[in-house]
Design a protein. Structure first.
Length: 281
């Protein structure tokens, strides 16, 4: 069963004649080029460049003036408040869709007939996601733990587990690697900080894949001797995701020091889709 109802996700409708222009001007991804039936990965940032919330943005074919955001349910209320603050005179509304829910499909499984699915814009192997009536999503059920294992095996970070909202920059969450930042679109909130990081190549902290020789708890610090290198995030069996300082990981490797999460040895590697390596940004 390669599908899963994701109860920790929420749906927000952004609608009105100015919906696209509004979002394009405040989020990290390009909304102007988003075609009906397509999706984007993006985020709303603080002016200092840190992530308030990331999300997937869908453009339903049947409702050209409405975009649907698939986001962490825990971030919904704050995101609506932030969008409302930035709205000014734009003709756009923000409406949580309590009667809708998110279902993920991967492998060879497709969404059932009558449910519009969108290719996950972060990575083809993630499959598709659908905004479905909540009753339909709950009826489909599926295994959310299997989807988490699939995500972790691909090295895709998840906010709240692998990086902290309000604390991480887009490069630290690998958003630049996963199509979540458009560096050519022009201004948006926090753009100056993100662009400076990109052009100077100073992303020292990244989320990376972690191979585990045991079962540490999520949140356990990774150390090389007495020096903290990072921390463990999501875990599925012997695979995990870790937020690490690349320079400290490289120093540990050069010194022959093992990386330990508690008493569990950790091997770090850049995800297969990443263009950075463990020696630097």
């Amino acid at each position: 069963m390669a599908h899963a109802f994701l109860p920790e996700r929420a749906v927000l409708a952004v609608s009105g004649p100015d919906a696209r222009a509004f979002l394009h001007n405040v989020v990290t991804c390009n909304i102007n080029s988003l075609k009906p039936g397509g999706a984007r990965y993006g985020a709303l940032l603080m002016p200092q460049g840190k992530i308030i919330s990331d999300f997937l943005i869908y453009a339903p074919v049947a409702t050209p003036e409405t975009l649907l955001l698939d986001l962490p349910a825990a971030r919904l209320e704050d995101l609506v408040k932030r969008f409302t603050m930035y709205r000014l005179r734009a003709n756009v509304g923000f409406e949580p869709q309590a009667d809708c829910a998110i279902v993920a499909f991967w492998g060879d499984e497709a969404a059932p007939e009558g449910v519009e699915a969108f290719a996950d814009p972060r990575l083809d192997e993630l499959g598709t996601r659908a905004v479905a009536p909540r009753a339909t999503a709950e009826g489909l059920g599926g295994d959310a733990f299997a989807y988490a294992a699939h995500r972790i095996a691909l090295g895709i970070p998840e906010g709240g587990a692998d990086f902290l909202y309000g604390d991480a920059f887009p490069h630290e969450a690998d958003m630049d690697q996963l199509g979540g930042v458009d560096f050519k679109k022009g201004c948006y909130i926090g753009q100056e900080v993100v662009s400076r990081t990109q052009h100077r190549g100073i992303a020292r902290t990244r989320t990376v894949a972690a191979l585990l020789a045991g079962a540490p708890e999520s949140g356990t610090e990774i150390k090389a001797g007495e020096k903290t290198v990072g921390r463990i995030g999501s875990i599925a069996g012997a695979q995990g995701i870790a937020l690490v300082r690349l320079d400290r990981a490289a120093e540990a490797k050069a010194s022959g020091l093992p990386l330990l999460a508690g008493d569990v040895e950790v091997t770090l590697k850049a995800p297969d889709w990443a263009s950075f390596d463990m020696e630097g940004a």
